[in-house]
Design a protein around this ligand. Sequence first.
Ligand code: CMX
Length: 435
Amino acid sequence: ESTLKQTLKQKIEAFRPRTQKLNKEFGEVVIDKVNIGQAIGGARDVRCLVTDISYLDPQEGIRFRGKTIPETFAALPKVPGKEQPFVEGFFYFLLTGEIPTMDQTQEIVADWKARSAVPQYVFDVLRAMPRDSHPMTMFSTAILAMQRESKFAKKYATGTMKKNDMWEPMYEDSMDILARLPVIGAYIYRMKYKGDTIIPADPKLDWGGNFAHMMGIPNPYDDVARMYFILHSDHESGNVSAHTTHLVASALSDAYYSLSAGINGLAGPLHGLANQEVLGWIKQTMKKLNNTLPSKEQLKQFLWDTLNSGQVIPGYGHAVLRKTDPRYVAQNEFSKKHLPNDPLFQLVNMIYEVAPGVLTEHGKTKNPWPNVDAHSGVIQVHYGVVEEDFYTVLFGIGRALGVLANITWDRGLGYAIERPKSVTTDMLEKWAHEG
Ligand code: CMX
């Protein structure tokens, strides 16, 4: 058994009594109240989910296992000769809370390679779809089609799986899926946009490096891929993709069913699709000006035009965050170093100077600052991934790291099937009257 699996087993077993004690002895302790606004308004801020993998502070942004983004990147073993860490080591960290050694990281590199063969029928399913299907539809379909491989579902069907053992096949499915996602993502990209010229994996490369190779994009796109997947991995558990994956898994649906569902949520324009929309918006703006950079005044006008036509400014605002997203900052720092003269990068910086003021004046959003999606597309364009429809697939490959770590722990700690209670509008009106 790998060091990762052994460590995870120890961690889960050591953790389980904490959850059980809280549930049995302190189950009645109140941690929040719910008001009518929250019942109608998407359960915003209601504290009713538990995860130890990441925590989102409204001011500071995300911490993975207690570490900020810069701390995380600094602590993880780096790919030799590269700026960015191994995504494999990052997954070890997400699952266990411990920074792996280089040897422990290399074990996962080898493990994912050994699991990376995608069954031919998955490619056949993709090939049967219309070529102009959205890449997110293809991505989610491929994951769902692969459900036939689920070790969890097979074990469950034997009728012998104990509740405390469920994390193990969930972990195995998660590892199998993660090993294959870059292959599936790159296949969709090359099939759809590059004349169906598929590039096979290079057994010498790590997970992120191999993705760049299979995409056919030259280095340093490998480091872009590693950075991108880590930044998009996890954002605690209330966001649509994480919550959906967790919800579906709570019915003891396996990781394939659960992740495919979560990916469908990521495909929404208010969530992951925003990164595609940002680029569409930027391109439109540049087109109106015959591909020259707008002045600040012009940019202000374009932002107001967007708002006045009833659209949101994509890449700005957040349900929890109230400051500039540190995932935006990390990408901004990378760009300052690697693509300082890129005109789209300069435009992104200009938007950052103008949009918060416009949004504040507009007066609706609680957070006028940019989120992760405001920046990610521009880096992709710089390195040649100009097909913005594809960007949410990149987000999805990264997001899989976080949500699969979460559902493995969900089974480890025996979390219950999710089932909140509904009320009717009549009831709300009655309570509203009673005050
Ligand atoms: N542009 C215009 N209006 C915005 C806005 C933006 N960027 N962000 C929020 N608002 C509006 C909301 O639509 C809402 O208006 P109504 O009262 O008319 O419905 C009002 O401001 C209050 O919203 P909020 O409480 O500040 O934000 P929510 O928690 O409801 O929504 C989010 C959060 C992200 C959906 C929203 O900010 C948004 O639509 N942003 C643009 C899309 C985007 O960038 N999504 C990506 C988020 C990160 C990710 O998940 O990938």
